[in-house]
Design a protein. Structure first.
Length: 284
């Protein structure tokens, strides 16, 4: 059986500590760090990425950065830890922009990019960007398909619903072939189908053991239906292991990585990470 991978949720930590926490996570043996992103927070927000919740998880004044640019900065300060987005709103960008940003992170990090993508829960963000929120799933699907072609083909021409361009060339290709792992985020039926159909993995937010087991079972069924059950696929969830502290049980249901934020306040991040690592590494 594989060993559980553990990541750190940087977005649940004040940005002032991101660099130091990433360096410490690498020293402690965490496998990865993950950074969320948004283009903008409209003052009038509604909805939530968490199932069963209606209120936004953050206020519109929350500081955010360009996730891929920031991860490139972290890549220059680290050597082994993997660098992930949870999640990158690819559909809000032209695929040329998205493909280039992801290829750049993979290149400067020496192949350490882990790309979580999603359609996004914040509809008003799409409206603020001048895009119809109702199209965000279709735009994401088309943008991802184009990115994959840019990362693998010599010459690419496209005629689609949202993007249309004459033949172009895109170099260099990503370090990881055919492309960095694409972890599709989201809890909806559409998101799970997207993960099964076009992803190399799935990223789930704030799951318990029981809810994770249910989603993994649904993903397995969908991947069988798509003829992809024998292809490599990673399941990543965020949480603190409530109700199931045994990594072997998570691995048995098909979870490959757990992304944690083992602190209650940002100023306690170091102590929390140390305690988590001491408990986890000693147990495993």
């Amino acid at each position: 059986m594989n060993e559980m991978k553990y990541g750190i949720a940087l977005s649940q930590l004040h940005p002032a500590f991101h660099v130091e926490a990433t360096l410490h996570a690498e020293r402690l043996g965490f496998e990865s760090v993950w950074l969320a992103e948004h283009l903008v927070f409209p003052v009038d927000m509604s909805g939530s990425p968490h199932p069963g919740q209606d209120a936004p998880p953050v206020p519109p004044s929350t500081p955010v950065f360009d996730a891929l640019a920031y991860l490139c900065f972290l890549a220059g300060k680290t050597s082994t830890i993997r660098l992930g987005t949870n999640v990158y709103l690819m559909g809000l960008r032209h695929p040329f922009v998205a493909a280039r940003a992801i290829q750049t992170l993979d290149t400067v990090s020496g192949g350490r990019a882990e790309i979580g993508i999603g359609a996004g829960w914040l509809r008003s963000e799409w409206a603020a960007a001048g895009l119809d929120p109702a199209t965000r799933g279709r735009r994401l699907d088309e943008a991802l398909a184009i990115c994959k072609r840019l990362w693998t083909e010599g010459v690419v021409e496209h005629r689609g619903e949202f993007f249309d361009f004459d033949p172009v060339m895109f170099e260099p290709k990503p370090v990881q072939q055919p492309w960095p792992k694409i972890h599709v985020g989201g809890e909806s039926d559409a998101a799970l189908l997207r993960a099964a159909r076009a992803g190399n993995g799935w990223y789930g937010l704030a799951h318990s053991y029981e809810t994770a087991r249910e989603c993994v079972a649904r993903l397995r069924h969908l991947r069988e239906s798509e003829g992809r059950i024998d292809e490599p696929f990673e399941v990543t969830i965020s949480g603190m292991l409530e109700g199931c502290d045994d990594p072997a049980r998570w691995l048995e249901i098909g979870v490959d990585r757990i992304v944690v934020a083992p602190w209650r306040r940002s100023r306690d991040w170091r102590e929390g990470m140390d305690q988590f690592a001491n408990r986890r590494w000693a147990r495993e």
